[in-house]
Write a protein that binds this ligand. Structure first.
Ligand code: F6R
Length: 525
């Protein structure tokens, strides 16, 4: 995914660029760039990039990138300029290699986008709309394009299969991948449809098809959340969308390392649960450690695997640094490939979950689970999406008592740990997880009729888990069984436990997006 923002109008360019880039940063954040008559682009975070920008001319087009064709490098960052034409692009062009071969050109990048700029430059006619029409008819694939032609004050655009919107204000126009990128300036917008192309110039626009101007009613925050009550709920639902992008990561090299080495896994919180999921799911010789404890337990690791959605968790970073001092090689899995953790790693695996705003990890946890499935080459996208749907649709039960326990055996114990963490984190009700077989060694004394029990009964370890379930029921506890079909039970149950916590938090009047005392990125020890 990538983010696009373009502006034609009388405002200070820098202000619009800053706001717009930050707003679309969630769509991709390995590189940033803009064109305002001068091409400025680099790898890294939007914030770091913007620190170096002092003035921006108008019109401009700008881009945040999540690499698809061609690695993360300044030359592959957008915009791409060929002759008089500069382009930013979201999407992928399937036939770009054939098109490149047909053109006699010295390519500056490995991207599929540069070929679009080259074609537009080659066929650049007086009536540039004709040029665009011709060039997009040659492209196979998906694209949202914003284009500047030197000497022409308009910003041109074209759209197929990826989002692109126009913002139409008084004497000003915007082009963006998301409404939120221009909402502080105008609430009038046109959502372009596939096959649309045209231009904007100040408050005017032209589109090859008739499109209606709509008005967004609500505030910017609401726009970010869409129709969802909370970010967390939005992100729970987004789990359906992230499956293909998570599986698109090529793990062949990493798989070999996992097959042939003993690996310590270092992580915290929800990411730590993902580490255990990996252990239960696979036959690899891995051992999960809580990051803050790892320095006390570490021996002489050859390989460590750090899991952190933010890539900034200080416990994880410190543990990684300690292991590196001992000579360990580092693989990391993170949603932020330009994070501190990534910079410390020999191999960085992008989580590809898209930005997560709610403090409680939901879709990033799902992406971590899917990573484990990808690692063992279990990539049945359709079945997994069906399992997610089941988790989204299953009726929830009510938790009414003061004590809540989450139980399970084998990989279901991972669900129990995550269920309890999510529940206590956003409801503030004490909730604990136990391996179901451990109950009789102490915790069973806690169980009475003032106890709610959430029992995960997926296929792994089920027979014995049923015995433990009876032990709990016999003590008068109120048992809620989490039942789903066996096919990807863990995936359905993960979505379910997130919804359970979210629903209960709302019932108690808590804000699930911002639980008290917590932060999204934990940079203190
Ligand atoms: C819980 C949650 C936290 C994080 C933990 C590690 O919902 O989000 O437990 O999982 O703080 O964060 P990362 O993965 O960024 O290292």
């Amino acid at each position: 995914m990538c983010g696009i923002i373009g502006y034609s109008g009388d405002r200070e360019g820098l202000e619009v660029l800053k706001y717009g880039l930050k707003a679309v940063e969630y769509r991709g954040y390995d590189s940033v760039g803009y064109y305002d008559g001068t091409l400025v682009k680099d790898v890294g975070k939007v914030d770091d990039f913007l620190k170096k920008v002092e003035k921006v001319n108008v019109p401009f087009i700008a881009h945040t990138r999540w690499a698809t064709h061609g690695g993360v490098s300044p030359k592959n960052a957008h915009p791409h300029k060929v002759g008089k034409i500069t382009v930013v692009h979201n999407g992928t062009i399937e036939n770009y290699k054939e098109l490149k071969e047909q053109l006699n050109h010295n390519w500056n990048s490995e991207t599929d986008t540069e070929v679009i700029a080259a074609l537009l430059d080659k066929y650049n006619e007086e009536n540039f709309l004709e040029t665009i029409k011709k060039v997009i008819s040659m492209l196979k694939g998906t694209f949202a394009l914003a284009i500047i032609r030197d000497g022409d004050p308009k910003i041109y655009f074209a759209k197929k299969d990826t989002p692109l919107l126009l913002g139409i204000g008084e004497n000003e126009s915007f082009i963006a991948s998301d409404l939120i990128a221009f909402l502080p300036y105008t609430n009038k917008f046109i959502r372009l449809e596939d096959g649309d192309f045209g231009y904007v110039y100040k408050g005017t626009y032209w589109i090859n098809n008739k499109r209606e101007i709509k008005e967004f009613e609500g505030n910017v925050e609401a726009a970010f959340k869409g129709s969802y009550e909370t970010f967390m709920l939005k992100e729970i639902h987004e789990q359906l969308d992230i499956v293909p992008q998570v599986f698109s990561v090529d793990l062949s090299e990493i798989r070999d390392i996992f097959k042939n080495n003993r690996i310590d896994i270092i992580s915290a919180g929800t990411s730590y649960h993902a580490a255990w999921y990996l252990k239960y799911l696979t036959n690899y010789d891995v051992q999960p450690y809580v990051a803050s404890e790892y320095p006390y337990l570490m021996r002489d690791p050859e390989w460590i695997f750090a899991i952190s959605q933010s890539g900034e968790t200080i416990d994880t970073i410190k543990a990684v640094k300690k292991a590196k001092e001992k000579g360990a090689k580092v693989i990391s899995l993170t949603n932020y490939i330009s994070s501190t953790l990534a910079s410390l790693s020999d191999y960085v695996i992008p989580l590809n979950a898209g930005i997560e705003i709610g403090v409680a990890a939901t879709k990033t946890f799902m992406a971590q689970l899917l990573f484990a499935h990808n690692l063992i080459e279990d990539r049945n996208i359709d079945e997994i999406k069906e399992a997610i749907k089941r988790g989204l649709e299953a009726p929830l039960f009510d938790i009414k008592r003061e004590k809540v326990f989450f139980l399970g055996r084998a990989i279901n114990y991972v669900l129990a740990m995550e269920g309890a963490l999510k529940f206590k984190e956003i409801t503030y009700i004490p909730a604990e997880a136990f391996p179901a077989g451990e109950m009789k060694h102490g915790p069973l004394s806690l169980f009475d009729d003032n106890t709610d029990v959430v029992f995960f009964l997926g296929p792994q370890g089920r027979d014995l888990a049923k015995v433990n379930l009876e032990e709990v029921e016999a003590r008068g506890a109120h048992v809620h069984k989490v039942i789903f079909p066996d096919q990807y039970y863990t995936i359905s149950a993960t979505v379910f436990l997130q919804r359970l916590a979210h629903d209960h938090a709302l019932k108690l009047g808590r804000d699930p997006d911002k639980p008290r005392n917590l932060a999204k990125s934990v940079t203190v020890e």
